[in-house]
Design a protein around this ligand. Sequence first.
Ligand code: NAP
Length: 681
Amino acid sequence: MSALLESYAAGHWFRADDDGEPLLDAATGEEVARISSRGLDVAAMVGHAREIGGPALRALTFHQRAALLKALAKHLLEHKDELYALSASTGATTQDTWIDVDGGIGTLFSYASKGVRELPNDTVVLDGGLERLGKAGTFVGQHVHTSRPGVAVQINAFNFPVWGMLEKLAPALLAGLPTIVKPGSQTAYLTELAVRRIVESGILPEGAVQLVAGSARGLLDELTVHDCVDFTGSAHTAGILRRHPNVLDGGVVLGVEADSLNCSILGPDVRPGDPEFDLFVKGVVTEMTVKAGQKCTAIRRVLVPGELADQVVEALAARLAKVTVGDPRHPDVRMGALASLAQRDEVRKAVEALRASAEIVAGDPAGGPLLDGDPERGAFMTPLLLRARPGATEPHDVEPFGPVSTVLAYDGIEAAIALAARGKGSLVASVATHDPGVARSVVLGLAPWHGRVLVLDRDDAKESTGHGSPLPVLVHGGPGRAGGGEELGGVRGVLRHMQRTAVQASPDLLTAITGRWTPGAARAASPVHPFRKSLAELRVGDTIASPSRTVSRADIDHFSEFTGDTFYAHTDPEAAARNPLFGGIVAHGYLVVSLAAGLFVDPAPGPVLANFGVDALRFLTPVKAGDAIAVTLTVKQITPRVNADYGEVRWDAVVTNQEGEPVATYDVLTLVAKTWPGDDR
Ligand code: NAP
């Protein structure tokens, strides 16, 4: 008997008190492991996550959590070989495993980098701008995101045992949420190995990750407000979870990624011989055969102009005939096995249902030739292409979770969009077109029904990541039947796990709460120029108010000539006089910003290392010759970098004229040393 998988619960590896159920190799039928969670104390796991994992994660800033993700990604890279070897038992080819394992590790890296670049080195994130709520500016509002003191439970389908876990883990950990991982039982041995390596590494604080190997019985009963369940799987199971009392009435947030009848549309502008025709055919075959079609994003419905249906079917059949099926360990096998014989039975049943309104036009439903593998014990299946009869309904209702697609003919763009919509909401659609008008009409028609739309043509094909690849930086999820959930999408995926709160306060207290200087809050005019202060000495609110400088016509003329910016408003008095906004010669906006820099810099070498940009630059009042401008520069935000000896300082800059009117506002972004040994003060 093979080993019983263990759960990682409350700081220990737990072994069930029975022999468990066997998990079989998808290709050979041999036992790989056994699984059971009998006797597992899920209440203790939830308590452990809340009391140990959560506080430890929330004590870290986003940048520190991002550093953990990066370390984790590097650690898993070192264990890739054993993950790849075990992955073959799931029926996955090397290419399939690359998507699962490398795709998962890549998601960790992506979130690690987003966490540093797009989130503050803090535990609170501001959402949107400041809202002035009173006339005098003493009462303002700011939305903030904070970590929830809860636990994230992820329940995954069997098809991506590594990616499925990591794509949910990365944003949750970054958000400060400890996670309980519940993989699909069928392939849980691969998830268990990955979690084991994560736990052994000691990179994450204890309690940040736990694992349920086996049934998640009773887990939802332990959840309450602030906890979330991120589910990927069938619409049927999603329905059971949606009806759980703690979801209905207990405040548990449920995110669902369920089944999806994704489509790919051949644009009406495309003709055989066009690059888009071949790209379309290639894309459909790839999506039918990668992971043996067991991908939530696979193309189930192939929508083609009626007059081209024969040619598309012919081209697809020719390409599918070249797909070699068999044991994924054989180097020449292009498509491996389904995850289990039971899964293959499910797909065969779905094909029978589809045949009510469609014919099989390519592939052998009884099973075709195998390059290598036992047809009785391995869950092999040749890819099947069906062609729907007019008015077919089953292709819009039945999801064959395997290497099966149905070709449907359409007549006109509106009809194609209407057919796509009959999937009742899908994860992704693609359209192959090189016509801008078709692209716009189809995408705007598809968008309300989909979480992602790929437009494929000769220009983007080379770099395109394809129809079926969810990317960490783009949202993954879809409306309606697809579950209505949303995952990934870069920082969106992190913020979804956090609580958004509108805070109303005075500018001073808002500054204290958010750690970011709020306009209207006190400024600290220090006797020392803030450019002479290292990060260790600099404080939010430190300010320098410059002397004023009169802008002369000679300054404007010089800037025009020097830069070549001879726009008439700066050079031609008559034409400038007719300008409805200026009524005469005005200084260039960039001249104002440049003069402001000249007013606020402290020129000698010091802790300020570089200026790396400005944000939110606005020119508010024209500056004319004779106006006197001055600038007030205030430290708005200090973000030390975790792995560098410098950090970022964001300065609030307000340039005013002699009347005190703001003429320009912006944020100056600088890099400042954490310490400055050569400080000569
Ligand atoms: P499933 O049977 O719904 O199982 C999904 C997960 O839910 C498994 O971990 C399963 O555990 C667990 N589960 C089952 N009953 C449960 C219950 N009563 N309470 C708590 N957890 C429960 O789906 P599947 O067969 O694994 O996956 C295939 C389906 O997933 C397809 O329909 C496919 O479209 C969909 N899918 C969707 C996406 C997406 O992102 N939208 C991605 C992949 C797959 P056990 O394995 O232990 O039963």
